[in-house]
Design a binder for this molecule. Sequence first.
Ligand code: WT7
Length: 648
Amino acid sequence: MPTSRPGIDVLLHEDRVFRPGRNFTAGANQGDPAIYGRAARDPEAFWASMARELTWSRPWKKVLEWTPPHARWFVGGRLNASVNCLDRHLGGATRNKAAIIWEGEPGDDRTLTYAQLHREVCKFANVLKGLGVAKGDRVTLYLPLIPELAIAMLACARIGAVHSVVFGGFSAESLRDRINDAKSTVLVTADGGYRRGAQVPLKRTADEALHGSPCVRHVVVVRRDNFPIDVQEGRDHWWHRLMQHASADCPAEAMDSSDMLYILYTSGTTGKPKGIVHGTGGYMVGAFATARWVFDLKPPDVYWCTADIGWVTGHSYVVYGPLANGATVFIYEGAPDWPDRGRFWELCHKHGVTIFYTAPTAIRAFMRWGIEWPAKHDLSRLRLLGSVGEPINPEAWMWYHKYIGGERCPVVDTWWQTETGMIMITPLPGITPTKPGSATRPFPGVSAEVLDDAGKVIKHGGGYLAITRPWPGMLQTIYGDDARYLQTYWSRWDNKTYFPGDGARRDRQGYFWLLGRVDDVLNVAGHRIGTMEVESALVDHPSVAEAAVVGRTHELKGQALAAFVTPKDGITVDTRLSDELKGHVVKKIGALARPDDIIFTAELPKTRSGKIMRRLLKDIAEGRTLGDMTTLADPSVIHALKQKYQEE
Ligand code: WT7
């Protein structure tokens, strides 16, 4: 199938083009290339046609109301997200089809059909009501990757409560900050979870967080596996006890299209995480439509997105998008290398996975582990592969295509963000020729450009990625901070062009090649981490006077964190302190933000006005020759630092 085409670009590497196979196109949910032009000519009509596929309790009056930078989609329409994910599938054959197939890390498993999932969701919705949760109230979910997480999300959606999922790897302090920012009244957690054979004591971490979160009145605890926990009478309740007596009859709240569905916190350039707010109607249409066309979901498919539900990928492409399509979703609690490096491939075979969606950082780890692991398992049922989270390097793309996809599966590299809510730049597997390393072109109805500093369109070449029209999955605001919403996303050029914070290049066919972040945000193993957050955590340690964190290229994680730290006077610097600081960051933020390198320095390189010159620190961390140093106040600092970094 690969057709190598005579060079337009001189780079051989980027010249490989993979055209959709004829059979794939013939059977695809979207196989007509004319869709791009049709959607571009009238995006609102296009999105309305997708919206009509969903169930509304009241039709919308207007598709889009755009008062930059705020958009309202499907104005006046009413719907419920849980009805669209569940109730509407109960009439026909989907009723008794698996909605969720789950496997725990130790090998325990559970399957919930659409009818069973609906029942659990209705019961838990009644449990929440019983705890005083009403429409508009916030509920924080801090759980392992178990079906109860999806159940709790959909239960919130059913009664119009707003969920805020906090990834189970976050620390007590991160959890506390997120609970307090959202002012949640209920927290749902578990006694624990499993990760790489170890028990993760979620309830203990939650207890620690709750010391500083007086807004939480009730804690519901899922019993994952009899982990020891402390119970605070009156506040803490077992999930299974509450569910015993809950009614399975729970009418769904008819939500306004613009009502909040959820808040999800993500890193920004300042220390405080941003509560990204997603609405109901537009978000559901975006998640539904993209899941349908990008993943080509069909009734017999078994679809596995390896992301944790705690990230946006899990919200849109484990829960809302696939379930709105009536798909069978597989989820797995644990690590890919537990008990051995073939676990993912064993799971693919065992559960008959046909569509597999993962991150480049995982693909690079699989590459390093070697082809013997996938080779041990039968992966012949796979028919489509996806990638998300960071730029995928062409080698990793080719490896994925060859060794996981057996050279027969299209690979969709999907660019999007927590803020966009839905996939924005992606191939459509039945239509779009792919090039390894390129996310190709915007989804129909989405408008993207590459702009220069002044906002001028760059037709070929590099610049800033920009989204030039509102899209249905678009964030509504930053929770409690609309000024920051405007400032962060809309003030780069004018107040009607969205700035995602990524650099991009366009080739001669207009394909988009994503280049990574251009702001002070790093992408470590597919997760966004603000350098400021890590710096604040370091400076919070009593031995630290000042810290600057930069990213350096890392073979597996994409980027790794290098922290330059100035200790306070009289502090002895040794590896113990360095370990302690790493541990401190883990405690403040979570293991995902642990610095890879800590370099102690008496002084940080600064400009005469006192600004830390991160660019030079980055040069050092990357082992590059140092760039322009003319603005540096004291050049000797940087030379000493460079020498030191090389020695370590
Ligand atoms: C940032 C968003 C959305 C899912 C997971 C991450 C980077 C995401 C790609 C891709 C190049 C990508 C961008 C983006 N990113 N997908 N296919 N190619 N870069 O969500 O934590 O909100 O991070 O991830 O830099 O801005 P997120």
